[in-house]
Design a protein around this ligand. Structure first.
Ligand code: B12
Length: 212
């Protein structure tokens, strides 16, 4: 089932006005109507946040409105949780982190959820993760995979630093990287790290997870 244009328009209007109650009711209703996690994430949450980013860039909405919409969206992700943990556990795990200086975390949280949806443990360790802290988590959790998220073009330096740190301490660990920061380039940096793969979407990620 898809999210049709009028449902999306209503949701966006509620999100922009900070109407958390109506946004919650709409998401609950879509979950009951068996809309998939992927559709909710891409066609409702991602689409509306990209639109809010565009409106903010064009000075049509304030920073406060954008912050409010972000907070509401982060809360709504939790409504989806019961759908995530239904899959049989396959005994694999991934750590998901935002690279240093990267404060955009909704996409990375979605990535961690996609692992859960496929029966993995998906550990989201946070926005702006210091490399040393990530290394400690890897040592502790011994994941099968590490996923790094980058939303800003400016975060490429942090991505490079993190890839260096991981490959130095855990040379055989598979790493995947993604996020809209790569829209402005950066895949050439990733190619310097043989265990690392750029993945362009959560759809492709789901395919890759299945091959593990
Ligand atoms: C909310 C928001 C913020 C919030 C974030 C809070 C939070 N809790 O996350 C705050 C206020 C912190 C913020 C700050 C800034 N922001 Co901002 N922000 C946004 C906004 C509006 C929405 C982000 C979002 O949640 N998107 C929805 C998610 C679901 O999409 P996503 O992140 O792309 O993730 C999807 C995919 O990319 C993918 N994915 C993501 N990671 C990974 C990883 C892997 C491994 C894989 C496979 C896939 C994958 O999966 C997700 C699902 O499909 C965007 C607009 C936009 N286009 O997104 C701007 C945007 C990202 N911000 C922007 C900017 C410029 C900034 C600031 C520099 C502004 C400033 N001057 O201070 C700061 C930088 C802060 C920092 N150092 O990180 C620009 C970036 C432009 C650029 N060229 O880099 C954008 C695009 C806005 C714009 N139109 O100009 N921002």
């Amino acid at each position: 089932m898809v999210v049709n244009e009028s449902v999306y328009a209503d949701y966006l209007a509620f999100l922009l006005s900070g109407n958390k109650a109506e946004c919650t009711r709409m998401v609950q209703w879509l979950i009951e109507a068996k809309v998939s996690v992927k559709v909710l994430y891409l066609d409702l949450f991602q689409r509306s946040m990209y639109q809010i980013g565009k409106l903010w860039e064009e000075n049509q909405v304030s920073v406060a409105t954008e912050h409010m919409a972000t907070a509401i969206t982060e809360g709504l992700l939790q409504l989806v949780y019961p759908l995530l943990f239904a899959a049989d556990h396959v005994g694999k795990s991934a750590i998901v982190a935002c690279v240093p200086q990267e404060f955009h975390q909704i996409g990375a949280k979605m990535v961690a959820d996609i692992f859960e949806l496929n029966g993995w443990d998906g550990y989201f360790v946070g926005a702006n993760t210091p490399t040393q802290e990530l290394l400690k988590s890897i040592d502790e959790k011994k994941p099968d995979l590490v996923a790094l998220s980058m939303s800003l073009q400016l975060s490429l330096k942090g991505m490079d630093e993190m890839l260096q740190g991981i490959t130095h301490s855990f040379p055989l660990l598979d790493i995947i990287v993604g996020g809209q920061g790569f829209l402005w380039g950066g895949t050439e940096v990733v190619k310097n790290y043989p265990q690392t793969q750029y993945v362009e979407s959560i759809d492709s990620l789901a395919q890759i997870i299945k091959t593990y």
